[in-house]
Design a protein around this ligand. Structure first.
Ligand code: CP3
Length: 367
């Protein structure tokens, strides 16, 4: 199939073109302009976990199918993705999938146990376990995500860009090694400190898989990708530089030209300069640092995304609007700000507060 630019297939159904010679409509969307640090008419907003349990439409779908099954049904994944955009009025879609799906493809046994969060049945604990991990063909084993992306791209309004995503090598390694969520990342850090060669081998494998997976997502309909390094904030600057930076950098440097990359982490005020060094067109900021200080740290020659504390959405409309206004004041109308939460929407969030947030960003962020 002819490809006019990375990620954009030019068959009739997916081109999104509004006239014969015109670029796809999403190219001039506020979200993609902000990724390129171009001036926009208003501040674009989307929300991590915008398709999730806080939303009644999502809960209705989930009452019929399990989480993993939902991820593996391209028709339903597309429906859930598109519904979130249409009901909330956000400026970008993020494909409904999960960070840990590539680990299932690595044969370690993945389960989403109700209440317990994700579980890996056969965690990797030593260099020997790393050696035994099978080769993964992401295009084959994650074909269902790629199908969900193309189905979503077809169903989505042509003005709305679609974001693909994957876990960054460190955050993927942390699940692979801990076997699930963790507080202190003790097994992860123990492997890193005791067997640096085994650690680097694992991280290199994950970097290669992740880059291939993200490139496949771009070729299947994503206009931008987000690399989630959600738990990297548990590391010191020195450990990040030695054990993580080369691998995140490799992942990002292997991505197809022209596809904007959002490099996201939490608990990272001390790591922002290093994450910037690793790469990305947009750096994710969480609420632990104010948006203006975070942007100063990463530099104004890169875009930023963030950074409302998701817990603010459990307060009241007045407080939400006040804090949205404050973040936009800190962004000061500079090109290259994408409004988001500092982390995903919590399941207990009142639905109306999420709608109100999106409206407030559009109201206060208009130039
Ligand atoms: O943002 C979106 O709307 C897109 C979909 C998305 C999900 N997970 C759906 C999901 C995305 C981008 C993710 C990323 C993800 N998954 C991350 C990184 C994001 C972050 O929080 O930093 C991580 C660490 C995971 C792993 C994961 N998946 C965990 C820890 C859990 C359990 C926690 C929980 O909320 O139950 C999941 C399950 C999960 N992934 C749900 C959703 C909507 C809830 C599952 C359900 O329906 O019961």
């Amino acid at each position: 199939m002819p490809v006019s630019e990375p990620g954009v297939k030019v068959d009739a159904g997916q081109s999104g073109r509004t006239g014969s010679d015109r670029a796809p409509a999403w190219r001039d969307s506020a979200f993609l302009k902000a990724c390129r640090r171009e001036q926009t008419e208003y501040t674009p907003v989307w929300l991590m976990r915008q398709a999730g349990r806080f939303a009644p439409e999502y809960r209705a779908v989930r009452s019929k199918v399990g989480f993993l099954e939902l991820c593996k049904r391209p028709d339903l994944a597309a429906e859930v993705t598109v519904t979130a955009v249409e009901t909330l009025g956000v400026d970008a879609a993020i494909i409904f999938a999960d960070l840990l799906l590539p680990l299932e493809a690595m044969g370690v046994g993945l389960e989403y146990a109700p209440g317990d969060g994700p579980l890996i049945h056969r965690p990797v604990r030593c260099g020997f376990d790393v050696e035994r991990l099978p080769e993964v063909n992401v295009e084959e084993s994650l074909a269902y995500v790629l199908e969900a992306l193309s189905a979503t791209r077809k169903a989505l309004d042509a003005n709305i860009p679609l974001i693909g995503f994957a876990g960054a090598p460190f955050t993927l390694a942390s699940y692979l090694i801990e076997g699930g969520a963790s507080r202190h990342y003790e097994n992860t850090k123990a492997l890193m400190y005791k067997d640096p060669a085994g650690w680097h081998k694992l991280m290199d494998r994950l970097a290669v898989i992740t880059a291939r997976y993200l490139n496949a997502q771009a070729a299947s309909g994503a206009q931008a990708v987000q690399l989630f390094d959600s738990w990297v904030g548990c590391l010191s600057e020195e450990d990040y530089r030695e054990f993580v930076l080369p691998h995140s950098k490799k992942t990002i440097s292997e991505l197809s030209d022209g596809i904007p990359v959002i490099h996201f982490g939490t608990g990272t005020p001390h790591l922002l300069e290093l994450m910037r060094e690793a790469g990305g067109d947009v750096i994710g900021l969480d609420w632990r640092i104010s948006l203006d200080r975070g942007w100063d740290k990463v530099g104004h020659d890169v875009a930023v995304q963030g950074n409302l504390d998701p817990v603010v959405l459990l307060s009241d409309p007045k407080e939400i609007r006040r804090r949205v206004a404050r973040i936009l004041e800190q962004a000061a109308g500079r090109p290259g700000h994408i409004f988001n939460l500092g982390h995903g929407i919590l399941p207990s969030t009142p639905y109306d507060n999420v709608k109100l947030l999106v409206e407030a960003v559009h109201e206060f962020g208009r130039r």
